[in-house]
Design a protein around this ligand. Structure first.
Ligand code: SF4
Length: 216
C-alpha cells in the first residue's frame, strides 16, 4: 500500500511532516519549517544535515525529531528523490518508516524490552517504576515529532513520523528518572542554556517538567 506521503508526493500536493512543510516548486519542491517570509535563508540540500544539527540558540540537537528545528530557512529540491533525501537529512529513516507502516511491515519493540537489554550504566533504566516510565514517555516523546507506535495500540496518523522503538534519548532519561525515584531533586528554574539531553543538570527543560509532574 502506498503511504499518505507517497500519495502526496505523487499528486504534487503540499504536505506537512513534523515541523516541516513541503510545497511543489517548478519540477521540484520547496521544503521549510513553515512561515516562509522575506529574509528566509535559502540553503543547499547538501548542507541541511549539518544545519539542523543545532537549534536557533546554537545548542546541539541530540534528538532529530525534537520540536526545536531552526526557523527561517528553505531548501529547493530539483525533484521528488531530492525531496525525500532532504527529509531524511532532517528526520533520518522517517520516509522509510512511513512506507513500512503503510505496508504493515514496520516491526515495533516494546519499551520494556529495550530497557531490559541495556547494559552498564544504562541497565538501571529497566528498574524505573511503571508510573515513572509512563511519565517519561509522555514528557520525552511529547517533545518529539515522531509518534511512539511501540506503545500498545498507538497508530501514526498522516503528517506524523512513526517511531518503532524507544530511542537512546528516552533510555537515557529513564535511567536518570530511576535515580530520582529514591531521592527526588528539588525544583529548579528552566535554563535555556542547559543541553536538551543534559538530564543530570538542574534546569534541563524535560527534567524539570518530569519532576514537577511527579510532585503533583
Ligand atoms: S522514543 Fe519518543 S522521543 Fe525517542 S524518537 Fe521515538 S517518539 Fe521520539
Amino acid at each position: 500500500m502506498v503511504s499518505w506521503l507517497g500519495k502526496a508526493i505523487a499528486a504534487r500536493e503540499p504536505f506537512a511532516l513534523g515541523e516541516l512543510r513541503a510545497e511543489p516548486a517548478g519540477a521540484g519542491w520547496s521544503l521549510h519549517p513553515g512561515n516562509i517570509r522575506p529574509g528566509t535563508t535559502p540553503i543547499e540540500a547538501a548542507e541541511l544535515e549539518e544545519y539542523v544539527r543545532s537549534d536557533s540558540a546554537g545548542r546541539y540537537r541530540p534528538l532529530s525529531g525534537s520540536r526545536n528545528l531552526r526557523r527561517g530557512w528553505q531548501v529547493t529540491t530539483a525533484d521528488d528523490g531530492a525531496l525525500t533525501a532532504a527529509i531524511e537529512a532532517i528526520y533520518p529513516l522517517a520516509t522509510r518508516h512511513i512506507e513500512m507502516a503503510a505496508a504493515g511491515t514496520l516491526r515495533t519493540v516494546p519499551i520494556r524490552d529495550v530497557l531490559k537489554r541495556q547494559s552498564g550504566r544504562y541497565s538501571a533504566a529497566a528498574e524505573l517504576s511503571d508510573e515513572g516510565q509512563a511519565l517519561a514517555e509522555q514528557v520525552v516523546c511529547g517533545a518529539c515529532v515522531r509518534t511512539p507506535v511501540w506503545r500498545d495500540g498507538v497508530r501514526s496518523p498522516a503528517g506524523e513520523v512513526p517511531c518503532p522503538e524507544a530511542c537512546s534519548v528516552l533510555v537515557s532519561f529513564c535511567r536518570e528518572a530511576q535515580r530520582w525515584e529514591a531521592a527526588p531533586p528539588p525544583p529548579a528554574p528552566v535554563k535555556s542554556s542547559v543541553g536538551f539531553a543534559d538530564f543530570e543538570t538542574a534546569g534541563n527543560e524535560l527534567r524539570e517538567e518530569y519532576l514537577a509532574r511527579r510532585r503533583e
